[in-house]
Design a protein around this ligand. Sequence first.
Ligand SMILES: CC(C)(COP(=O)(O)OP(=O)(O)OC[C@H]1O[C@@H](n2cnc3c(N)ncnc32)[C@H](O)[C@@H]1OP(=O)(O)O)[C@@H](O)C(=O)NCCC(=O)NCCS
Length: 207
Amino acid sequence: MINKRKVIVIGAGGHAKVVADIILKSGDELVGFLDDNTALPSQIIGYPYLGKIKHYEKYADECCFVIGIGSNSIRKKIAENMNANWYTAIHPSAQIAIDTVISEGTVVMANAVINTSAVIGKHCIINTCAVIEHDNIIGDYVHISPNVSLCGNVKIGDLTHIGAGATIKNNISICDDVIVGAGGIVVKNIKDNGVYIGVPVNRMDVK
Ligand SMILES: CC(C)(COP(=O)(O)OP(=O)(O)OC[C@H]1O[C@@H](n2cnc3c(N)ncnc32)[C@H](O)[C@@H]1OP(=O)(O)O)[C@@H](O)C(=O)NCCC(=O)NCCS
């Protein structure tokens, strides 16, 4: 029998609770939550609030960690400041092809599909019902929101956020630090960072 892993979630908001649910559904042990908001209740979905993130070292020998925070830049900052064993959370209902690479700390949510030869970087979020088609290359600290469709051979740079329901045409590259707004359709490569919205997307004016 495979031993249960003991897992602590960094963060304690809505996204963290979804990550916690994946840990439990995977048959692993949810030890609790670390978060810098000390006004949190003592229990979150029935599991303990363990204190500030800096206290992680107390648990580091026996636990692994996953960051349950939606902001890409905050996940990056936390990951770079912790010397930890990272847990990769994959919901049992996700459909993952046998030859995909999913790097440490990444979270794959319910009903996501990741198809053959895709490579997913570290500490990404592949959210509920997202479709990552064959041969996609996804950087680190990326968030692919619920119901996004990435067609075949798409490349997504580090720290990029693809908003809910967006569609990215096959063979498209999107550079680092881009936000594609919810519902956007991307039909041309995006080479400059910024926020892109619409059908097809255009760059939003900088305020
Ligand atoms: C694109 C986005 C980042 C812009 O956020 P923002 O800078 O706060 O923009 P605002 O809400 O101030 O809207 C500014 C304008 O853009 C429009 N707009 C905002 N988001 C849009 C979108 N996705 N598509 C089309 N237009 C959009 C607004 O209607 C508004 O138009 P107006 O100036 O004519 O009134 C945000 O709306 C978005 O889509 N985020 C993705 C959210 C998401 O998918 N989350 C998933 C979590 S799991």
